[in-house]
Design a protein around this ligand. Sequence first.
Ligand code: ADP
Ligand code: MG
Length: 602
Amino acid sequence: MESLKYLNKYLLKYKWTYLLGVLFIILSNLFAILMAPIVRMAVDTVTDSLIVFRHFNGFNLNDEIINMFTGYAVFFALLVLISAIIKGIFMFFMRQTMIVGSRYIEYDLKNEIFDHYQKLSLSFYNKNFTGDLMNRISEDVSRVRMYLGPAIMYTVNLVFLFMMVIGVMIAINPEITLYVLLPLPVLSVSIYYVSDIINHRSDRIQQKLSEMTSFVQEAFSGIRVVKSFAIETKVIENFEKESDDYKEKSMHLVHINALFFPLMLLLVGSSVLITVWVGGREVVYGNFTVGNIAEYIIYVNMLTWPVASLGWVTSLVQRAAASQRRINEFLSLKPEIHTESAEKVIFNDRITFRNVSFRFPDKNDFVLKNINFEILKGKKVGIVGLTGSGKSTIAQLLLRMYDVADGEILLDGVNIKSLDLVKYRSLFGYVPQDVFLFSDSIAGNIDFGLDQSEKDGAGRPEQIREAARVADVLVDIDSFDKQFDTILGERGITLSGGQKQRVAIARAVIKNPDILLLDDSLSAVDTGTEGTIKQNLIDAMNNNTSIFISHRVSVIEESDTIFVLDHGEIVEQGSSAELLEKEGIFAQLRAKQQTNGLTNGL
Ligand SMILES: Nc1ncnc2c1ncn2[C@@H]1O[C@H](COP(=O)(O)OP(=O)(O)O)[C@@H](O)[C@H]1O
Ligand SMILES: [Mg+2]
């Protein structure tokens, strides 16, 4: 329960909505209760009149009396109808306030969680499953909403209805009231247990359903592999197994669900029975009227659903509390990497890695060991090494995706940890090794990194075209039917690996960043295109700093300075000519790749 306190700030924010809801609850109950005395009066009038009617038996007043009866009947029916309508209207407003309020809070909470997710560091994403993160924001929030909406609404309703109905009942006859209400606590408790079981079984079904969804999703996205290996039958069999399991679990739920209403009706029925029985006896003694019995039956029916819902509401609140606890766990996490500062971040001179060592969080082995190097402003720097030597890790550290374990990274002599994180990262135009493009148009993917103000500018289409030209992807894009408006992703077209890389390069270039950082970004383009892009980048980036990371020597050969990385250490550095003279690792790598290239060429 404790965890739900977190939501009080939202309840406070929407307090007027909720208070108005409470008012409507009271009003709707008032008119609901009003119906019972009207029915009592109707029944009593009929019984009384019947007695009178019998006295006049045989006189010729019959027609007039029957007319009078009909008049009464219509009058009472109208009264009942009017109160029912007014009650209905207030119930509508009650839902319009409370349930709508809960939707507002749901919206706010989802946004709060998503905002928080965005701020958390990469290590958080390494530790948690995507499915879990999604569940917090969808599944868990909707459970919390059940507390904010129905649970609160029904509880408030229950409290007022109880006070009002039981007050009226006791005023009429306390003893009968006691007997009549006896089955209700039993109803409440048994509904609690039944809905608890229902909830558990639904959870299992939900779980199974998401397993099935992932299964089907994989089967669809991997359909090419499935077909080429001709294993459709096996996939179908697996699906049948999953599906069968799902059916079993659903059957379990159906069994218990089938119990719910009969149980409720049984207990309500027993209340009605007691009313008629005890009430009937009292009528004989003259303490109760036939109308009272009808009135009580209405009261009992009015109490039934709220009492039944008490058990349901309790389990709703418990589930909401559990969900909110999970949400709170995430919300209380502080981003591991975060600096805010009003000061501008300007790159004037150099970036320095000083004695930098690094290992990934929760891992033992150092991926980078005692790295020292400098990147001078305006220079072209190459980092080369075999796969797994730690090149991408250097890129991640440069972007401060992780903080170094030992040593420091300095921007113009200032530790980057003390610089405003967002401003610092904005210095870079980064093309990651595994390119990710959004399900959006090509234009949207390229100007993705620009500020809104820059996007609204009149020169935007030309800017995008120019960036695409520099990345040597313009010809490809122009060949598509919709050109820059071509939609990528699931419902759009699929680009080749090399096209993706080039779009990602355009995305980095359009920012005209201080530092261009390419991580193996030319690995999927042919040597000709590689040369064109390199030349374009040199022309376009003129005075900016560029860092090319690659396992291919040809990509970084013309850099001003080359750092050769091997097993997390910088083993050689210098210009290409200097390194070749050394006849060390760099020279070997180059020789090997050249012969490979030659044989490939043949
Ligand atoms: N997120 C991570 N968590 C743990 N280990 C990682 C992670 N990313 C990379 N590594 C490890 O760090 C080493 C260097 O990887 P990486 O920097 O990607 O090399 P390169 O880019 O040179 O191929 C590899 O052994 C790799 O397995
Ligand atoms: Mg890499």
